[in-house]
Design a protein around this ligand. Sequence first.
Ligand SMILES: [Fe+2]
Length: 167
Amino acid sequence: MDIDPNEHRSQSGFPVDQPLEALKADHAFVKQLFERYTTTQDMKVKQEAGPRILELLEMHTSLEETVFYPAVHQIDASLIDHSEQEHQEAKQLIDQLKSMQVGSAQYDQMMVQLRDAIMQHVQSEEQKLFPEVQQSGMDLAQLGIQMQAYEASMVSDQARASDKRAH
Ligand SMILES: [Fe+2]
């Protein structure tokens, strides 16, 4: 089993005219991966899914923090206070998980903690932040172009890094 952290984009690429849908697709995909991780006893599946979850979340938080939140910040800074705080909490858990052994009891426990934190973040973004952004009159087409470009640069950095590892 090989899980590409970008497989949810590979069908149609980044939905440039619907950037909020891209973020929702990340949310849905990471939810699936969490489910895969937390419902299996198979160490192979855990070793595959665990690091992918962390990788996908790092890309997702980077995309949001570098492009999406600054754009929202220009419209209304108060909208993202809550999301930024949730990201800080998630990042601490991700950093700790990265230094732990995948599939250990401690790792499994912290993965559940991370899942709960992320699901809460997803709920507050999808039910509160995204509708507010949609109502704000923000230029979503422009945002989509910026997010697509940033994601493409992250993906090529990643490819270059794994290329280096392979040589
Ligand atoms: Fe998010």
